[in-house]
Ligand binder design. Structure first.
Ligand code: ADP
Ligand code: MG
Length: 271
């Protein structure tokens, strides 16, 4: 019997691959028009995540419903332990929920094979973490080049993309420095360059400024906003109200539940 879902899924993956090739070859960013046409990017339906089911279980996500559209600039805010990283792991297809559904560009993530999931993580999403996760023995440019190897990009092209992406985050003068020779803010800029080198349309950042002072925080948030202005969907997870205030949309999470979801512009109008 023909499985309609699987055909849809295969089509989606092929679409991602073609779009990725176009992005890399002609360095095209998703345009505003494209964004409007694409609409729904993420749809989470009644999702729960329970760690250690049984007596000591922790309900990290509790029946979450969420929709994020292509091109949005969203922060997910909550106190420590509220479930932010768990939600980020779900959004980034890094973990699987205990129950509920996750649709990415209309495709059901639970029906994807490991290869399909790894394609999505590689081609669609640029990850940025609080701890930078740079390899200490490699220079800035080598750190940015590294994930491009897994995308099957040749050596010269890898280098070109890495240099270009470090230039975008203002680090052309630090290409050959190792992480230990850079400040925290500079290291996070290298991590951003690594996340954007292959032009993924979605950026997922988990507490990207958690280890930074206030001036580096402003710098990093400025870069993330400019990525959004280039047409990317940017999702920042944070516990910092100042960061949330600068986003377009704020989603508040508490005890694994979404307790508020608003546009900053609407709140300001309401005074
Ligand atoms: P946040 O990122 O908002 O600090 P997390 O998503 O990391 O929150 O955690 C939400 C809850 O789930 C917390 O109570 C945390 O202790 C628990 N938790 C997170 N990861 C695990 C895990 N791998 N095993 C057990 N409990 C976990
Ligand atoms: Mg966390």
């Amino acid at each position: 019997m023909i499985n309609i879902h699987r055909i849809g899924l295969t089509f989606t993956i092929v679409y991602y691959k073609i779009r990725y090739c176009i992005n890399v070859i002609i360095q095209e960013q998703p345009s505003g028009g494209m964004r409007e046409n694409m609409g729904k990017l993420i749809e989470i339906k009644d999702m729960s995540k329970i760690y250690n089911p049984g007596e000591n279980e922790v309900k990290a996500l509790d029946h979450v419903n969420l929709r994020i559209d292509t091109g949005e600039y969203v922060t997910i805010i909550g106190h420590s332990g509220s479930g932010k990283s768990t939600l980020m792991n779900m959004l980034g297809c890094l973990d699987v929920p205990t129950s509920g559904r996750y649709f990415l560009c209309g495709a059901d993530v639970s029906e994807m094979t490991d290869d399909e999931l790894s394609d999505i993580r590689n081609l669609e999403i640029g990850f940025i973490f609080q701890g930078f996760n740079l390899i200490q023995s490699l220079t800035a440019v080598e750190n940015v080049e590294l994930p491009l190897i897994y995308r099957g990009i040749g050596k010269r092209e890898r280098h070109r993309l890495a240099v270009e992406s470090l230039e975008k985050v203002g680090l052309s003068h630090r290409m050959d420095h190792k992480p230990s020779q850079m400040s925290g803010g500079q290291q996070q800029r290298v991590a951003i360059a690594r996340a954007i080198a292959a032009a993924p349309p979605v950026i997922l950042a988990d507490e990207p400024t958690g280890n930074l002072d206030s001036s580096s925080t402003e710098e990093i948030i400025g870069i993330l906003r400019s990525l959004h202005e280039d047409g990317r969907t940017v999702i920042i997870i944070t516990h910092d109200n100042d960061i949330a205030e600068k986003a377009d949309r704020v989603i508040c999470i508490k005890d694994g539940k979404i307790v508020d979801d608003y546009m900053n512009a609407d709140r300001q109008k309401e005074g």
